[in-house]
Ligand binder design. Structure first.
Ligand SMILES: NC(=O)c1ccc[n+]([C@@H]2O[C@H](COP(=O)([O-])OP(=O)(O)OC[C@H]3O[C@@H](n4cnc5c(N)ncnc54)[C@H](OP(=O)(O)O)[C@@H]3O)[C@@H](O)[C@H]2O)c1
Length: 336
């Protein structure tokens, strides 16, 4: 059995979800021939490091009780550069202006010969080509299923299960916050402002919801799909973006009378008619894209398999960890 040593960089909802999943699935992973050893965990205060493998239960407990994992003030970059390990899980906050600190973490990991799995879409939305080339140059694997659609396995579906198909287009709901707001506005005939407040109280929307409601988060995910699946070499500025802030409950009621819902749809299509667009659209209630609540959904049109639709939870600690776990397992299999 091969031992893979890994670090978790960023220990918020996602990093802690990864730690829990690795604990829960330890026997299953051993059954697959994978012995995973978490040798370092970091947060914004510092790091805990043990070359023989950390006790993840104790790390989770320390984070809960003292607010930090730190037993030393080593930074994430110190860990990435100086701790001997094979794989870095990068789960720091998304910054779509600079991509930092994730961008530097990922590039330094590659330079030190470490594979990377990330849930952080900032670096990918800004520097996809550079990251792809750097990983290739250093002979390491870079996977990022969790950056688009949380638990919904859209990248692996397109690359692996649909291998051999040409993907013609992808349309989908890639932001659970917007979907929750539009669903609740329709169901309860409530105003945008009222439902946004409710979503903030429930922790579904951030206190500053701009990235979500202005369509920016969906556009970043679309850029990742365009680059990773359509090999387009595009950036955030190439997407036409309209958010949901101007949608009234009257517009939703009118749509409802005609048996439609309004949803924030991201759409990417290559070929002669290139499309990269995020906008509210009328969707018939019976259509597969008309999902409610915080669900995400994607409809892939392919040349051989025809239309394929997947739906799932687009966020959540364990759900996102599920996508990260699948990437970890792929990397382990390629290294054994
Ligand atoms: N939550 C989801 O459902 C979800 C779903 C898909 C993708 N994502 C993406 O996954 C990433 C993590 O999300 P999250 O919800 O876990 O965020 P989070 O709860 O805010 O956690 C972020 C973690 O990163 C740490 N951090 C900040 N700067 C750091 C640095 N320089 N070095 C090391 N750690 C640093 C924070 O430290 P402190 O704990 O000390 O503050 C915190 O532990 C984000 O990019 C997010 O967009 C999240």
């Amino acid at each position: 059995m091969k031992t893979i040593r890994l670090s978790i960089i960023g220990f918020g909802a996602v990093g802690q979800g990864v730690a829990r999943v690795l604990r829960n699935k330890r026997d299953y992973l051993v059954h697959l021939g994978i012995n995973l050893l978490v040798v370092a965990v970091t947060d914004s205060h510092g790091a805990c490091i043990d070359p023989d493998g950390l006790d993840l239960r104790a790390v989770l407990q320390r984070k809960k009780e003292s607010g930090t994992v730190a037993t030393s003030n080593a930074s994430s970059l110190d860990v990435i550069k100086n701790t001997d390990h094979d794989l870095v899980i990068e789960a720091t906050p998304t910054d779509i202006e600079t991509g930092e600190p994730g961008l530097t973490h990922i590039i330094e990991s590659f330079k030190h010969g470490r594979h990377v799995v990330t849930s952080n879409k900032g670096p990918l939305a800004l520097q996809y080509k550079q990251l792809y080339n750097e990983a290739k140059k250093h002979g390491v694997i870079f996977r990022f299923e969790a950056t688009v659609g949380g638990a919904m396995p859209i990248l692996n579906l397109a690359h692996d299960a649909l291998a051999g198909n040409r993907i013609i287009s992808i349309e989908g709901i890639l932001n659970g916050t917007c979907n929750y707001i539009l669903s609740r506005m329709t169901e309860e005939s409530l105003s945008y402002k009222h439902v946004l407040g409710e979503a903030q109280d429930l922790g579904i929307a951030e206190s500053d919801p701009t990235y979500d409601v202005e369509g920016i988060d969906t556009a970043c995910k679309l850029v990742i799909l365009a680059n990773a699946i359509f090999e387009m070499d595009v950036m955030y500025g190439d997407v036409e973006v309209t958010g949901i802030t101007k949608i009234t409950s009257e517009a939703l009621s009118l749509a409802n009378v005609e048996n439609n819902v309004i949803r924030l749809i991201g759409e990417v299509q290559d070929g002669n008619k290139r499309i990269m667009r995020v906008a509210p659209r009328l969707i018939p209630k019976q259509h597969p894209l008309a999902v409610g609540g915080t669900l995400n959904v994607a409809l892939l049109k392919t040349d051989t398999a025809g239309p394929i639709c997947i739906s799932g939870k687009g966020a959540g600690s364990m759900e996102t960890a599920s996508a990260i776990l699948s990437d970890i397992i792929v990397i382990c299999h390629k290294n054994t």
